[in-house]
Design a protein around this ligand. Sequence first.
Ligand SMILES: Nc1nc2c(ncn2[C@@H]2O[C@H](COP(=O)(O)OP(=O)(O)OP(=O)(O)O)[C@@H](O)[C@H]2O)c(=O)[nH]1
Length: 342
Amino acid sequence: MERRFSVSKVPVIVLSGFLGSGKTTLLLRMLQEAASFGLSPAVLMNELGKQDVDGHLLQASSPGINVEKLLDGCMCCSKKSEISDSVKHLLGRKPDVILIELTGVANPEEIVDALTEPALLPYVKLKTVITVLDAEHVLEYNSIFASDRELVHTLRRQMEVADLLLLNKIDLVNDKQRQTIEKTVRKWNERSLLLPTAYSRFDLNLIFGPLQAQELSPASSPTFNRKLQVVKSVRSKSQSSGHTMSYSRIQTVTLSADFPHFVTQRTVERFLTKRGSMLLRAKGYFKLGSGGESYLMQFSGKRTNWQHASFEGKPYLVLIGMDLDAETLEQEWHQHMTESSF
Ligand SMILES: Nc1nc2c(ncn2[C@@H]2O[C@H](COP(=O)(O)OP(=O)(O)OP(=O)(O)O)[C@@H](O)[C@H]2O)c(=O)[nH]1
C-alpha cells in the first residue's frame, strides 16, 4: 500500500521567533517525540552565521536525522533561492513531516512564498507556523530596536502570522509581567492559541496529532495558516514591489576561539557582557580549562548557559548583534582573551 504522504503533500511546520527565544529547544523536543507519533521528520535549519552551532546540537541529540542546513545568511533574504533545492533533497528522503527552523530575524511570510513556488507546490503544504517568544524580553524589543523599523516590522509579523504562539521562558517572569505580555501580544494576534511555556514544553499532540489523523482522512485535518494564505495572495498581487530585507542592522561575526592558553567561562562571559545591548545573541563551542573539555556556550537575553558538548572541531564564537564591526570585535576579542590568560 502506498504511504499517505506519497499521495498527499508533505506537511511543513515552521518554527519562528526572535534570537534566543527557544526555537532550537523546541525543535530538539519535536525530534525526540516525533517517533512516538509514528512520524519520521526531516529538518531544514538556517543560521545567520557561517558556523553551524545548532546543527551540531541537533546531530548530537538526534543522530541520523535528515537535515539540510543553510548557513551564513537568512533564508527569507539572501538564502531564499536555496530553499527549493534543500526542500527537494529532504523530500527525496521521504519524510512524514518537514520542520523548518528560521533564523531569529526571519519573516515567516517569505517562507510561504518559497514553499508555494511551482517546483515545490505539488509536494509540500505549509501546515503550522509556531512563533516562540522570549517572555523575559519581548516587551523591550520595540524600544531596543526603535531605530530599526524593518526589524520591528519583522518581529511583529512573527507574532501576527503565527498559528501557535509560545510565550516561552515563563520561568523568568512573574504573573503580573506575564499578563502584560499576553495583553500586548494579543494586540498583534488575537486569534491564535497562546501557550505559556518553559523550555518550549507543551503537549505536542496539538501539532503532531493532526498529522497522524491525516493518514486516516486527509481532508479531516485542520488547516492552519489562514492568515498566511491571505498574506500570500496579497503579496502575489504586489510582488512587483520586490522583496525587502526582514532585518537591516543585524549582523553576524564569527571569531576563532582556538587559543593556546586556558579559556574559562568567566573570561568569555566578561567579554560578552562588555558588549552591552548591541549584542543580541552569542553562541559557540569552547574548549575549557586545563583538560580542554568541549562546551557549548549560549548567550541570550544577557544570560549565559554552558553545557558539555561532543564537538571536536576548532572552537569558535558567533556573535549576533546590531551594527557589529567585525574588525574591531576581532581585535578586542583577541586582546581580551590574551590579557585574561596572564
Ligand atoms: N530559563 C529558560 N531558558 C530557556 C528556555 N527556553 C530556552 N532557554 C535557553 O535559552 C537559550 C536559547 O535557546 P534556543 O532554543 O537556542 O533559542 P533559539 O531561538 O533557537 O536561538 P537562535 O537560534 O539564536 O535564534 C538556551 O540556552 C536555552 O537553554 C526557558 O523556557 N527558560
